[in-house]
Design a protein around this ligand. Structure first.
Ligand code: FES
Length: 142
């Protein structure tokens, strides 16, 4: 079964903007809904290093479809868990808006479009405390 994963940026800017509270809220909602146990697909929360658009922090990315949620508040979390992670529907009203357009995909954020990722272009896939994920992704790309 496919694993669903929500990436919470744990870079300095996101931490100072409240990422730890956001992560705690995701954990609380996961426990409430028993997502890691009863859900058809195992769902996990992972902390990443800085993913890039620090001014939009705290940020979270749903890894399966690369959906980006920025400037999160703890009250946004239950909706993401219920609607996106459980039912598979993006929470449109929480998407970042740039120049009047809602941005769904992390790679389409204006800041990210200007980046040319080399080794650190895969940071959203790298979980700092999981050395294996870094080695695996690095070897594949090099
Ligand atoms: S610290 Fe989170 S995007 Fe940079």
């Amino acid at each position: 079964m496919a694993k669903k994963e929500i990436l919470i940026c744990a870079g300095t800017a996101c931490i100072s903007a409240g990422a730890e509270e956001i992560k705690a809220k995701f954990e609380e909602e996961f426990r409430k809904l028993n997502l890691t146990e009863d859900f058809e697909c195992k769902t996990v929360i992972s902390s990443t290093g800085c993913v890039g658009p620090c001014s939009l922090g705290p940020v979270a990315i749903v890894k399966a479809d690369n959906t980006f949620y920025g400037q999160l508040k703890t009250e946004d979390v239950p909706k993401i868990v219920e609607q996106h992670l459980k039912q598979g529907q993006i929470v449109e009203e929480l998407l970042t808006e740039e120049e009047g357009e809602k941005i769904e995909n992390f790679k389409d954020i204006r800041f990210m479009k200007k980046q040319k990722g080399l080794l650190f272009g895969i940071q959203e896939l790298l979980i700092p405390i999981k050395l294996k994920s870094i080695l695996k992704e690095t070897v594949i790309r090099l």
